[in-house]
Design a protein around this ligand. Structure first.
Ligand code: ZN
Ligand code: ZN
Length: 268
C-alpha cells in the first residue's frame, strides 16, 4: 500500500483543498492519505504567513472528516499535522494537541532563534560562516529536544537547513549522533522526504548518511512528498523506496490514533 502522509492544503500553504487532495490520492491509487498542514506557534507570538490559523483546528478537522466520509471505502484518510517545535512553546503545543484526535503529528524545525532556515537563500547569504555553523549546531540540539519532547510521531525533513546548500565547516557529527540516539530512544519515525530532490541541494531529506544512521538504530522510516499541490502527491516515491531498499530497509509504517504499526513493504 502506498501512503502519502506529508501533504499541505489551503489550510496552510498548499494550493488545493483537503477534498481535492484526497480525490487526487484516490486517483493516484494511494491507499492511505494523511493531511498535515502547518501549525506554527512561535515564541515571539508572530504570525507566520504559511501556518494555518492557530484557532483553525476545528475547521481543519471538519474538512478532513468530510473528505473521509466522501471517499469511504476508496481510501483511508488520516488526521495529521506538521507542527513546529519550539522548546519555549512546547507546553502550549502539548495542551493544544491533547484536545484533538490526531492520527499522527510531524515535528519540524523551520526557525532557529527566529531565523527562518528554509525561506530564502539570501537569509543564509547574509550570515557569516561562523553564524551558519551556530545555526546548524543549534538546529541539531533542538532536534534532540524535539525527540525528547514526546510531542511528535514523525520527524519532518531532518536536515532541512541544507536546502540552499548551507553546510557546517565545524564537525557536528556528535550533535547528529546525539539527536539520532534521542529519536531512537523516543521510538518515533523519521521521514525520507522526497521534496529535497527538487530544492537547490538536490538531495532528499535527510542525507543518505543520516538515513543509514537511522536504519542502524532501528528508527522506522516513512517516505513522504511534502506536497503543496496534488501533482506532487507521490513524487519520487519509487526513487525513495529504491534508495531505502539499497540500504536494506524494506519496512513500511502507518499511523492511527497516534499509534505506529509496521508492515513489510509489498509492491502493489
Ligand atoms: Zn516543513
Ligand atoms: Zn511540510
Amino acid at each position: 500500500m502506498i501512503t502519502s502522509y506529508h501533504t499541505h492544503t489551503t489550510f496552510s500553504d498548499g494550493d488545493n483543498t483537503v477534498s481535492e487532495m484526497v480525490k487526487a490520492a484516490v486517483n493516484a491509487r494511494i491507499g492511505e492519505i494523511g493531511i498535515s498542514d502547518h501549525y506554527v506557534m512561535p515564541p515571539d507570538g508572530r504570525n507566520v504567513s504559511w501556518s494555518m490559523r492557530l484557532d483553525g483546528l476545528p475547521d481543519y478537522f471538519n474538512a478532513i472528516k468530510e473528505a473521509q466520509d466522501a471517499f469511504t471505502g476508496k481510501i483511508n484518510v488520516r488526521y495529521g499535522l506538521e507542527a513546529d517545535f519550539f522548546s519555549e512553546t512546547a507546553d502550549q503545543l502539548r495542551e493544544t494537541l491533547s484536545q484533538y484526535a490526531f492520527d499522527y503529528v510531524i515535528g519540524s524545525i523551520h526557525f532557529i532563534n527566529g531565523f527562518p532556515i528554509d525561506e530564502h537563500k539570501k537569509n543564509w547569504d547574509n550570515l557569516t560562516q561562523p553564524e551558519r555553523n551556530d545555526v546548524i549546531r543549534d538546529y541539531w540540539n533542538r532536534m534532540l529536544q524535539l525527540a525528547k519532547s514526546g510531542l511528535f510521531d514523525i520527524v519532518g525533513h531532518m536536515d532541512l537547513y541544507k536546502k540552499f546548500g548551507a553546510q557546517p565547516t565545524i564537525d557536528v557529527s556528535e550533535d547528529i549522533i546525539a539527536a539520532l540516539d534521542a529519536i531512537a530512544e523516543a521510538g518515533i519515525a523519521v521521514e525520507l522526504n522526497t521534496s529535497g530532490w527538487y530544492k537547490p541541494i538536490r538531495e532528499a531529506y535527510p542525507s543518505a548518511m543520516i538515513v543509514k544512521g537511522c536504519i542502524k538504530r532501528g528508527i522506522p522510516i516513512i517516505i513522504t512528498a511534502d506536497t503543496h499541490r496534488i501533482a506532487d502527491i507521490s513524487r519520487d516515491f519509487k526513487r525513495g523506496r529504491a534508495l531505502l531498499e539499497s540500504m536494506g530497509y524494506t519496512k513500511q509504517i502507518i499511523f492511527k490514533n497516534r499509534k505506529m504499526s509496521m508492515v513489510e513493504h509489498q509492491e502493489d
